[in-house]
Every structure is written in structure tokens, then in C-alpha cells.
Design a protein around this ligand. Sequence first.
Ligand code: GTQ
Ligand code: FE2
Length: 373
Amino acid sequence: MARTARQARAALKTDAKALNLVEFWEQRADVELRAPRNQAMAHRWRWSDIEPRLRVAARTVPIEECERRALVFANPGLDGKPYITNTLFAAYSLYNPGEQAPVHRHTPSASRFVLEGDGGFTVVEGEKLRMARGDLILTPAGTWHDHGNDGREPVIWVDVLDVPLVESLNATRFEFDYAESDPGTNSGQPVRKPVQTVRAPAGHSTNLYGAAGILPRFVSHRRGPNRHSPMFVYRWEATRQAFDRLRQYDGSPYDGVLIEYVDPTTGGAVMPTMAFRCQLLRAGERTRAQRKTASSLYCVLEGEGCTEVEGKRLDWQRNDVFTVPGWLWHEHRNAGSGDAFLYSVTDEPTLRKLGLFRAEGRRADGTVEPLID
Ligand code: GTQ
Ligand code: FE2
């Protein structure tokens, strides 16, 4: 009997394989994870390693060949895929004076955070946004955008997109067939264009949304096919002024003086999938340990310090980029004598919408508290 059962089970194993089935009891541990799998690792990319290579690409890779000249962060835990975390794609991009990235749109949502040069611009849905260090520019899912540099120096920025998330949902689509009616022809028929004609007034996003607490009631806040922030640029100048007013407060024991760039019409995240933040850690400031089910990437706008992620120490300085995967205990330290500003992007809005967001913090006495909001 026992022998027959053994034989039957052996046959079951063979049959299951042939029938494209998996015996749950054989792979249960692979399904019932006690904690997130986290293939993406905590990792730091040094600006000093990458900047010279970006300059080589700027000399040797023509813009006509690459369209968008980007060195993409590949998380060492993700098998060489061009993904910085399980949900995020990020890159340093460089555009020389006079170069242009042709107009396109895509289902992933995208953003730029500017590191160098002040001649760069992105045109989003007909609004030309000039870009300077510390500015955040949004190109939410489905918005047409093209980039260029009409200054005299190369411009460098960090792109962050939700490419791996959209890819995992099998919803990726890039389109390059932009067309608009050409007033120069009298046919009125749309014609293909390599870049958009600017149609919004100078400073449009800031004109409409730059004063917190005040919203114009004579415009639609819908700009593109989806719901997202209608404000496409968040200026460093305004952010810095906000920090000047906020720095007198204790801030969060877990994040120092943390701000989020929000949709002015809702007060919520600027995009459905990603949230964009910036935090000031004052000289010597050290945060308590926390962990969140969301994962994040950071870019160092100013200062030097380190972030410890479950025993792994990531030292960082100006323009470096690093990741903190989900559900790993981490804490930040400003190790310098001046302010440190960390820009960050997180997939927290996605996890919140799906009921998957949790956060915990370690109190001063070592006990753990849930973190809400
Ligand atoms: O600048 O529009 O790094 O569409 C990857 C995809 C940049 C962009 C990237 C993009 C862009
Ligand atoms: Fe794009």
C-alpha cells in the first residue's frame, strides 16, 4: 500500500510537471514569505564614479543615436535589468547645448530632478519649463514631453520613472507620433512634429499653482489624459524658502524636516504611483530607525552623511544616488557641518492604494511603534 502511494506520488510529480502544474506542498515556502523577498538591494551609486563616464557619453554618443542620453541605474540584486528598485527606473541624463530629445509620451509616469546647468528645459503638454538645480519637473503618464538645452553648458538631471511597476502590469506603451495642426498650412490637418509648439504662457505652472492655499477657479485642473498634479514644476527656490521657515521646528524623529511635493488641487501625491519628497537633516542630525513596505530612492542635493540599512552603511555626498528597499530598517545621519538635503522618490502611493502600506519606527527606548501618515 505504502509502496503504491509512493509510486502514485512519483507519478503525480511527473504528471504535474507535464500538465504545467506545481505541487503547492513542494513550493509553499516560496509563496508564503514571512517578509518581502526584496531582490533589489540597498545600494549607493557615487557621482564621482559616474560623472566622468557621463562626460564620455556626452562626447561619444550622438544624441541622434540615443535620443535620451541616460546612464541607467541597475540595482545589483536585479540581474542587470535597468531598474533601480522593484518598481522604479532611474538614470542620470546629460544634454549638451543645442541638443534635443524628440517629443514622445508613455504610460509610465516620469520626473526629472535637476543637478547641473541652467539651460535645460522640458516642454510638457505645451508648457516650456526651464530647469535649474534642485527643480523637480513632472511628466505624468500620458503627457507629451520633449527636452532640450538652449544654454551654454551641459545640463544633467536624474530621471525617475515607474517603468518596472508598469511593466509588471503589462501596460507599457511608448508613443512617438506626435502631431499638431500647423497654422502655417491652411489645410488645418495635424502634421507630425519633432518637438511641441509652446502654447502655455511663461511660468504657467507657477502662475496658476505657485501660491499655497490659492487655486484659480477659471481653468480646468486637468492637463492630459489622467489625474495627476496640474503643477508640472516645483522650484528649488520655493522649496528652499519653505525649509527656511520649517527648520526651526523639531521635525520628525524619523526623517528630520521632511516635505512632500503635492498636487495643489488635492494636497496628495502628485502622481498615482510615486511620491516626491525632500528632507533637511541639520548638521549632526541623526534619525531613529524606521521601516516601510514602500521602497525609495534618494539623491543627495546637498551635504554628506550616511544611511544605515539593516547593518549596511551607505556613505553619501553631493549628487550621489542610493536605494532603500521595502521593509528594511534604516536610519539617516548628517555627518557634515552644514545642512544636508535629500531628495527622494517612493512608491508609497501605490502601496497605499492597494492597502499594502505599513510603516514602523523604533522609539528611543528601543520599542517599536506603528507609523501612520
Ligand atoms: O527623458 O523622457 O531616462 O522617456 C527614460 C525614458 C528618460 C525622458 C529616461 C524617458 C526619458
Ligand atoms: Fe519620456
